[in-house]
Design a protein around this ligand. Structure first.
Ligand code: HEC
Length: 128
């Protein structure tokens, strides 16, 4: 095979595989943009900031559900006893009311898996 063909063949394969690689891992930068658009009206994201309509989300990844101080959670969130990891966040951000029935978070949910992966990657980055 001539090297020019070899290179175009390799590029073709790389192009075919790239979307899958991106899909498996969330992109924190896109997640931040989504946060600004969809979450910031209700949530703060910096250390030490007070809760707004919802609790502050700094350090939420791997935190127990319902554990931001000085915030009045719904009863079901207090009883949920979850740890916010990839699986629980993915479910909650798909449809909050399926995970916490009668919860206080009025958010329809992300239909696209990629959006959820991106926002989770961003939430993961919010820690010391
Ligand atoms: C309309 C306001 C609103 C919007 C928009 C909103 N949230 Fe919430 N969120 C809340 C409220 C209120 C709660 C507390 C729920 C409860 O007590 O049942 C909450 C709780 C949470 C929790 C659980 C926190 C904990 O300490 O247990 C996470 C995680 C979360 N929201 C993530 C998000 C993300 C990510 C977005 C954007 C995609 C978002 N929320 C959009 C109001 C909102």
């Amino acid at each position: 095979m001539k090297s020019v063909f070899k290179i175009s063949f390799i590029l073709l394969i790389a192009n075919l595989l790239l979307p899958f690689a991106a899909f498996a891992d969330g992109d924190a930068a896109s997640g931040e943009a989504l946060f600004q658009k969809k979450c910031k009206i209700c949530h703060t994201n910096e250390k030490g900031e007070k809760a707004k309509i919802g609790p502050n989300l700094y350090g939420v990844y791997e935190r127990k559900s319902g554990h931001f101080e000085d915030y009045k959670y719904s009863k079901n969130m207090l009883d949920a006893n979850l740890t916010w990891d990839d699986a629980t966040l993915d479910a909650y951000l798909t449809k909050p009311k399926d995970v916490v029935p009668k919860g206080k978070m009025v958010f329809a949910g992300f239909k696209k898996e990629q959006d959820r992966q991106d926002i989770i990657a961003y939430l993961k980055s919010l820690h010391d």
